[in-house]
Design a binder for this molecule. Structure first.
Ligand code: NAI
Length: 345
């Protein structure tokens, strides 16, 4: 079976890590009878450099809408110049309302924490990232935080359904409804209602985000799944990435009703771009999520088997000491991909 997937190399380290991830995915599918037809499209500064007038060209959006799936490298949003974030625009345009960011300890990656196994679910379309900022008068600006019942019910249901389908036990909502009584108040009310009405089998709790962050760093094992509005989810997922070895090992996915875009949590890392030293593991893990999604969507067991093979291979590679610099190793991006491919069995 051939599956189409839009490949957006992105900016900075994006082209390096996505090339490595595609090589790994293709190798894992080789001989299975299934394959990915990578449809390369552009976004970010790369899109401008290639003659597009927009950071997020319409043809990239059209291509994703056509096949429903994309693997995306990180995109730089130029500061100033009136450009709005590619990522925010992509999530809004395709209505990719549910971000899933699994955070799991990897054997052999030494961190302060052991056996971390969390999933952060982030509402992707509103909150302060609705982009409603105003300069009232020079020196005075406002940013409007948007919370709607529609989006809050939808993300709560998404989180509980995800929990149930993966056998997860508990959802904790991070909020600041003691101060933001209306917006965060609405978010937790909708979460409560969805829990009460449909998901009583899953444990539910609410924590004020400041205290929640303290508890999170004290003992991540007391948490299972975190449900956050947009900004909190953005911040908390990077915090959680720190538990397991950083941004180089934290994958992500953005789901809508129809389309899904898989991308690492990290950015374009301009400080190490072009050096061939970036860790391709996070985007490869996002590729594993993509294969699992394709497998369910297209009822193709080969995609699921390939996803499992990649997981086993990267766990073995890292445990046996094949690592990039961010994990204390000395392999470059391509050498790490080679080491992983050698371990595909
Ligand atoms: P960043 O994630 O690019 O980098 C933070 C630090 O982590 C840097 O020291 C970087 O070298 C390191 N790092 C990140 N990914 C790594 C990897 N795969 N391997 C090894 N080290 C890695 O975050 P920063 O610096 O805040 O953002 C840089 C640019 O990326 C900005 O333009 C930002 O807007 C964009 N960005 C894009 C995202 C996306 O497209 N999804 C997400 C986050 C930021």
């Amino acid at each position: 079976m051939e599956h189409g997937s839009v490949l957006i190399p992105g900016d900075g380290i994006g082209p390096e890590v996505t090339a490595a991830a595609c090589r790994i995915i293709d190798a894992a599918l080789l001989g299975s009878g299934s394959s990915i037809d990578w449809i390369e499209c552009h976004a970010g500064v790369t899109a401008l450099e290639r003659g597009h007038t927009d950071l997020l060209p319409q043809e990239t959006i059209d291509a994703i809408q056509k096949v429903g799936v994309a693997l995306k490298g990180p995109c730089t949003t130029p500061i100033g110049g009136g450009f709005s974030s590619v990522n925010v625009a992509l999530r809004k345009t395709l209505d990719l309302y549910g971000a899933v960011r699994p955070v799991r300890s990897i054997d052999g990656v030494k961190t302060r924490y052991e056996d971390v196994d969390l999933v952060v679910i982030r509402e992707n379309t509103e909150g302060l990232y609705a982009g409603l900022e105003n300069e009232i008068t020079p020196g005075v600006v406002t940013s409007l935080k948007v919370a709607t019942e529609k989006a809050s019910y939808r993300i709560a249901r998404f989180a509980f359904e995800y929990a149930r389908s993966r056998g997860r036990r508990k959802i904790t909502v991070f909020h600041k409804a003691n101060i933001l009584k209306k917006s965060d108040g609405l978010f937790i009310r909708c979460s409560q209602e969805v829990h009460e009405a449909e998901f009583k089998d899953i444990e539910y709790e609410e924590l004020i985000i400041d205290a929640a962050c303290m508890r999170l760093v004290q003992d991540p094992s007391r948490f299972d799944m975190l449900l956050c509005e947009n900004l909190y989810g953005d911040v908390v997922s990077d915090l959680c990435a720190g538990f397991v070895g950083g941004l180089g090992v934290t994958p992500g996915a953005n789901f809508g009703e129809i389309n899904a875009v898989f991308e690492a949590v990290h950015g374009s890392a301009p400080d190490i771009a072009g050096q061939g030293i970036a860790n391709p593991l996070a985007i490869t893990m996002s590729g594993v999520m993509m294969l699992n999604h394709i497998s369910v969507r297209s009822d193709d067991p080969a995609a699921k088997i390939a996803a499992e093979r990649i997981k086993v291979a990267y766990n073995t590679a890292v445990r046996e000491g094949d690592r990039t610099g961010d994990l204390g190793g000395d392999l470059g991006t391509e050498a790490f991909a080679d080491a992983l491919i050698r371990r595909l069995d």
